[in-house]
Structures are given as structure tokens and as C-alpha cells.
Design a protein around this ligand. Structure first.
Ligand SMILES: NC(=O)c1ccc[n+]([C@@H]2O[C@H](COP(=O)([O-])OP(=O)(O)OC[C@H]3O[C@@H](n4cnc5c(N)ncnc54)[C@H](O)[C@@H]3O)[C@@H](O)[C@H]2O)c1
Ligand SMILES: [Fe+2]
Length: 434
């Protein structure tokens, strides 16, 4: 039997997928609606999370004023780390626990929204830090129930975190990123104002747009939901279900938008419309991968960012080395898609077409076609030339493979069974592209 959209059903495997529609308000100027939405969610005393790079911005001021106009008390927390760590998550959680808030508002990029999700979690259900962290790194215990209401206001056009139940951090003792994933972490509302993109530095636009691109591309090429064993309890389908007709539809539109608008948004500072389209693409991609899941470029990125030595890109805080998330993802991507292409050629060809690819590629060239399209976009937007461009070399391949291997939550969503030698080979293929 065939499910809708040509998903082939397999005996013993799942036959149904779940759709969790995210509550979202999208439009220019909508940050000034924050107070009204907070009130309707029952908030009276709010923790407003942001980071020091944007505390003084109009975006934060607009949200704070709107909350205060609605007679809501606001306490600002801006000690969020850009690319958060377990330590910075714990500090945010302590602020949330001490403040006894009845609601949370985050204004910032993925770093801020994720820290706010974690703070809300540990304030609502106090526990040892590793309790809810994904296994095998943490205990992988389920989040016990709903959290306090949270309005997430993204100020980067990248992570889609306003639409996901995921919070990512760098576990310092392991020098690798990992996360917490649960339906309960999904914000009550995403308040998405595309005007915030007007103040983004060029490098942040490039890195975050590649994050969007990879969310959509990984959703579209993740293993199909029909390849997962049928769950014993249908109410407990995994958070990442695999590719499905709902996520495919949304991922394709996100890819089309990024294919059209990424390069102009980065290279032409006057093209504000292109930036605004990227915000819409970001939220769409968040919905897609929030239902399907990401796979190898993300799983491998957690080692690339965790093992960073001395790379400090323009547009990001300079006090510590950092490979920004979207950059750490896309540096792996061409090498990954060359390897995944043969396992889902028609999906890779669909992605290639959505991204604006014009060559008449056949199924055997699907992975290479996607890789070449990505490399062209990386060159056009000033992304470093592979992992060597951010300081890695042949001597790092084993450490990178070892760092990525425990990222089972994402790596297991790849369209083929991934072993350590595959990871090493894909990192090697990602060292230099041109
Ligand atoms: N939860 C999820 O589903 C998910 C998905 C993808 C990535 N992530 C995580 O999100 C984090 C990265 O988030 P990000 O890429 O959004 O960047 P970010 O939040 O780390 O911010 C990057 C920089 O941009 C600045 N900035 C943010 N908005 C700005 C604006 N409007 N104008 C000017 N400067 C602005 C910040 O101050 C910071 O210096 C990583 O930790 C990553 O792992 C989470
Ligand atoms: Fe991402």
C-alpha cells in the first residue's frame, strides 16, 4: 500500500505521522503585539531573555514597552551566551527559578530562544541538568508536562527555534553540542517580525541563511517516517518523525525562498526585501525540521563548533573563538549530500530544483548536483572554503568523527545507516571545496 505522496508503507513500520501546527504570528511590526499576546496567555510577571549584543536594540525596547503597556512586570536577563553552553543554560535556569515568573519572552536568535526554553524547563521541573538532555549524552528522561507560556521573538532569520521543541547547547566537558528535545519545549507562540533582519550584520545573515537551507534540505532528505518501527504507543511517536508529506511540502517552499533570496540578501545591503523573505523561510524550515528532524550536516556540526580552536568571524562577539552554527552546518553539507544522494536520488533532485539548479541532472548525479549548487552559494556569500577555512586539517578527522558519533538523535535520521568510518570520510570530503 502507498501512503499519500508516494511514501511506500513497509510491514511493521509506522503508517501514520503527526502534525503539530505551531502557533505563530508573522508580519512587519508585530513585535509591538507582545503585550496583548502575553496577556491572553495569562502572563503577569515575565522574564525577558535576550543577549548583550542586542539588549539596547529597538527590537528589545519594542517588546518591553508593549509588555509594560499591558501592565506586565518585566525582568530582563541578558547573560545569554552566543552559542550557549551547559554553564550558560544553568545560569539562565537559576535566574528563572529565583524569579518565580509566570511567563517567558525571548527576543534574540537561536542562542536566546534556546536558553529561554531551558530556563523555563528547569524552573518548571527542577532536576539535575543531564536529566532531560538527549541520550546517550544525557539521561534522555521525558519532560514531565507543559511548561510556563513562552513567546519567542526571533531576531535572526535562521534557526526557526520559535517553531521547534529543541534547545541546543555546548556541553563543555565533552567539547560537543547536544540538546534537549520535547514537544513541551515548543514556544506557546512565535512572534515573527521580519523587520528585525534590517539590523543583522552580513556574516550573520549568511550563516543563518545556510542554517535555514540545511534545515529544509535535511528535512527533505531525512529517512522517511515509513522506515521507523511502528511505535508501541501511538501517542509517543518520537519528536523527529522522519520525512513526511507535511514536512516535505514546507521544506520545498523554504528551499525555494532561500535559493532565490540568500545571495541578494548577503551581497546587497540595500535589499531589505530579500532579508525579510529569509525570515519567512526560516520559520517555514523550523516547522519542517521540527516535525521531520535534521540529520548529518547538523549532527556533524556539533563536533565542528565544539572543537573550535581560534576562529573568530566578523559580525560575532570576538572574546572567544566560535564557528557560528549555520557555518558549522554548511561546511559539512556538500560532502554529506554527495554521500546521501544515492540513497534518495529523487529527493535530492527535488531539492536541487527548488534551490534554482538548472542542469539536467539524472538520479546518479543527484548528490553531486546538490553539492555543486551549495558550493556556488557558499562562494557567493563569503563562507570559508571547507573545514580548513575554520582551522581544521587531516589531523583532526578522528576527533571530529568521535565528536559527531554520539549525536544519535540526528545522525539516526540520515537516509542510510551511518558508521564512524562514514563520518570520518564525510569530514575528509569537507576539508576543502575549491
Ligand atoms: N532550537 C533549535 O531548533 C535550533 C535550530 C538551529 C540552531 N539552534 C541553535 O541556535 C544558536 C544559533 O542561533 P543564531 O544563528 O540565531 O544566532 P545567535 O542567537 O547566536 O546570534 C548571533 C549574533 O547575532 C546577534 N544578533 C541577533 N539578532 C540580531 C539583530 N536583529 N541585529 C543585529 N545583531 C543581531 C547576536 O547578538 C549575536 O551576536 C546555536 O546555538 C544553534 O545550535 C537551535
Ligand atoms: Fe540549525
Amino acid at each position: 500500500m502507498v501512503c499519500c505522496h508516494h511514501y511506500q508503507l513497509i510491514a511493521g513500520c509506522d503508517e501514520a505521522f503527526r502534525i503539530d501546527a505551531q502557533s505563530m504570528v508573522f508580519g512587519p511590526g508585530c513585535l509591538s503585539e507582545a503585550g496583548a499576546h502575553a496577556k491572553s496567555l495569562g502572563m503577569t510577571r515575565v522574564a525577558l531573555f535576550t543577549d548583550k549584543g542586542i539588549t539596547a536594540s529597538d527590537h528589545v525596547a519594542k517588546v518591553k514597552a508593549s509588555l509594560e503597556d499591558a501592565k506586565i512586570t518585566v525582568a530582563i536577563y541578558d547573560d545569554v551566551a552566543v552559542e550557549p553552553t551547559d554553564e550558560s543554560f544553568k545560569a539562565g535556569a537559576k535566574f528563572a527559578q529565583d524569579g518565580k515568573f509566570d511567563g517567558f519572552v525571548s527576543v534574540g536568535g537561536g542562542s536566546v530562544m534556546d536558553t529561554c526554553k531551558a530556563a523555563n524547563l528547569y524552573a518548571s521541573y527542577p532536576a539535575d541538568f543531564l536529566t532531560y538532555v538527549n541520550a546517550p549524552v544525557g539521561d534522555g528522561q521525558p519532560v514531565p508536562g507543559p511548561l510556563k507560556p513562552h513567546i519567542a521573538c526571533p531576531t535572526t532569520s535562521g534557526t526557526g527555534s520559535e517553531a521547534t521543541g529543541i534547545a541546543i547547547f555546548d556541553l563543555l566537558s565533552m567539547k560537543a553540542k547536544t540538546g534537549i528535545a520535547s514537544q513541551h519545549l515548543r514556544p506557546s507562540l512565535g512572534l515573527v517580525d521580519p523587520l528585525v533582519t534590517h539590523t543583522l550584520p552580513k556574516n550573520v545573515i549568511a550563516a543563518t541563511a545556510f542554517d535555514v537551507l540545511s534545515h529544509a534540505l535535511e528535512s527533505l532528505t531525512s529517512r522517511p517516517f515509513t522506515s521507523r518501527t511502528k511505535p508501541d504507543n501511538p501517542a509517543a511517536r518520537p519528536y523527529s518523525q522522519g520525512g513526511n508529506p507535511w514536512s516535505d511540502m514546507i521544506a520545498k517552499e523554504a528551499l525555494r525562498l532561500v535559493g532565490e533570496h540568500m545571495v541578494p540578501a548577503v551581497t546587497d545591503t540595500d535589499n531589505l526585501e530579500a532579508r525579510e523573505y529569509l525570515m519567512w523561510a526560516s520559520s517555514l524550515a523550523g516547522v519542517a525540521f521540527g516535525q521531520a528532524g535534521c540529520h548529518l550536516p547538523h549532527g556533524m556540526s556539533y563536533a565542528v563548533s565544539g572543537l573550535v580552536r581560534d576562529f573568530r568571524p566578523e559580525g560575532y562577539p570576538q572574546h572567544q573563538p566560535i564557528v557560528p552554527h549555520g557555518m558549522s552546518v554548511i561546511l559539512n553539507a556538500p560532502s554529506v549530500f554527495r554521500m546521501t544522494g544515492p540513497h534518495a536520488p529523487e529527493r535530492h533532485l527535488a531539492a536541487y530544483a527548488c534551490l534554482g539548479g538548472t542542469h539536467d541532472a539524472g538520479p546518479s548525479e543527484a548528490g553531486d548536483a546538490v553539492a555543486e549548487q551549495l558550493i556556488m552559494m557558499m562562494k557567493a556569500t563569503g563562507i570559508p572554503n571547507g573545514l580548513t577555512g575554520v582551522g581544521y586539517g587531516m589531523d583532526d578527522l578522528d576527533a571530529l568523527a568521535d565528536g559527531a558519533l554520539p549525536q544519535k538523535r540526528v545522525i539516526d535520521m540520515a537516509p542510510f545507516k551511518v558508521e564512524r568510518e562514514h563520518l570520518r570520510a564525510m569530514f575528509e570530503g569537507a576539508l576543502t571545496y575549491w
